[in-house]
Design a protein around this ligand. Structure first.
Ligand code: CTP
Length: 417
């Protein structure tokens, strides 16, 4: 793309927040003063050329990124976290910048070598071209120059622009997925997000050899990729593709396919007062019909937090146990459900459409008697388990429709005392 057109896109406030552009110009000026070729790379360039709003700024310099970082902190404030071993720094922007995200990665252009497939790479400083060659896909391997006269020039040695125009996701070399099998998930994510296709030769590299490396990835790395998929609008479509490439079995032998009929349920309903955690909802829906042993084994493989494990486990337990609750009184529902995360209950409601689950979420769980422990104390009830029993009895009476007015509660309380 011509420089003029790039400059026009950079100035489009629908694509880049004007303050972000100012930040870019400031970085550019600082890099120029250090005679350091400086670029913004990766997703920023891809999304800009697609005329989509850009997010993260990943800054690469041919030179010492830490030096640039120190200079930026000196001039504009904020602070720096330095990773000497990787020649990178994170600039925590000054509060006055008021930008999201509030940090910025400053990276020294580097070469990466993978000593073992799937392991984290060894890094040595290098040129921007080499840096682009270490990347995942052609569409992510472009740089936009920032410093000096070059401001706005696109560096595209791997023909990323052609693939963007054709709508193609293509790796840079045949060993790409073996070096880093998380790229399998990334390819699938970009394909569905942009309505692209994974180019056939690239797709053929998602094969038993690269899947055997993927199998050895840590749970944390795989879960991170699945989390990113669940964050996307087209998550269900992506998960179908993950299954289609035979990735699920490589992650865990019992990983089920995501049921496509449930795709609309990945979006939480904001009207209900249920914590909106799209990822937890995704996993709860995905693993609901598994046995308890399989849920726990997959949760361990994916290095779920205890909280997430509980949410998924509770959904599958409730899904299985629901027939035993159907037809119960509201109080029985309420006391059974109260121990479970709200999100799990809502997930099961979405699948089984049992109205009593919704009644619990929107009404029953909020029902409390007017009488409090203090009232009982004032009435001279001696400390002990009777407090709980009386309050529970009153609450059940409200829940089950025995009480409809406060005076009735008072009458019942008199009987109980
Ligand atoms: N990258 C890579 N291989 C990976 C991860 C990242 O080559 N396994 C490179 C790509 O050039 C990518 C850049 O690092 O563009 C930044 O990575 P990331 O922030 O994860 O992706 P984005 O391109 O910003 O895409 P997204 O919109 O999905 O965040």
């Amino acid at each position: 793309m011509q420089k003029d057109e790039v400059l026009r896109l950079l100035r489009d406030p629908n694509l880049i927040h004007p303050e972000k552009l100012t930040l870019l110009s400031n970085i550019a000026a600082q890099a120029a003063s250090l005679n350091m070729p400086c670029y913004v790379v990766g997703g920023f360039v891809r999304d800009l050329l697609l005329r989509q709003p850009v997010n993260d700024l990943d800054i690469i310099v041919e030179g010492d990124a830490i030096k640039l970082g120190n200079q930026l902190v000196k001039t504009y404030g904020g602070r720096l976290t330095v990773h000497q071993k990787f020649y990178t720094a994170i600039w925590h922007l000054p509060d006055t910048f008021n930008l999201e995200p509030s940090t910025l990665d400053l990276i020294t252009a580097r070469k990466e070598t993978y000593e073992k497939p799937g392991a984290l790479p060894t890094v040595t400083p290098s040129t921007i071209e080499e840096d682009l060659r270490r990347r995942d896909f052609t569409v992510n391997a472009m740089a936009l120059r920032l410093d000096g006269e070059g401001f706005g020039e696109i560096l595209d040695p791997l023909k990323g622009q052609t693939d963007l125009e054709r709508g193609v996701i293509r790796v840079l070399h045949p060993k790409s997925f073996i070096d880093d099998p998380t790229r399998v998930f990334r390819a699938i994510r970009y394909e569905a997000r942009y309505g692209f296709v994974i180019e056939p030769e690239t797709a053929s590299l998602i094969n038993p050899e690269s899947l055997s490396v993927l199998k050895r990835l840590s749970g944390e790395r795989i879960r991170h990729e699945l989390d990113l998929i669940l964050d996307e609008d087209e998550a269900a479509q992506m998960l179908a593709r993950v299954a289609g490439f035979g990735v699920l079995g490589a992650v865990h032998p019992k990983m089920p396919e995501f049921n496509q009929e449930n795709k609309d349920y990945l979006e939480m309903d904001a009207r209900l007062d249920v914590p909106a955690d799209k990822r937890a909802m995704g996993y709860a829906l995905w693993f609901m019909e598994l046995s308890e042993a399989d849920v726990l084994s997959i949760a361990a493989r994916l290095d779920f937090t205890n909280e997430l494990t509980l949410a998924v486990w509770a959904a599958s337990q409730l899904w299985r146990g629901l027939p035993h609750l159907v037809g119960s009184k509201p109080s029985v529902w309420t006391y059974a459900l109260e121990k479970l995360p709200l999100l799990s209950i809502y997930a099961v409601y979405l699948i089984l459409r049992e109205n009593d689950l919704l009644s619990y979420i929107s009404i029953w769980r909020h029902v409390k008697p007017r009488t409090t422990g203090n009232d009982l104390k004032a009435r001279g009830v001696p400390p002990g388990p009777r407090y709980g029993e009386i309050l529970l009895r009153l609450r059940s009476a409200w829940l089950d429709g025995e009480l409809t007015h406060e005076t009735e509660e008072k009458e019942l309380l008199e009987k109980l005392l």
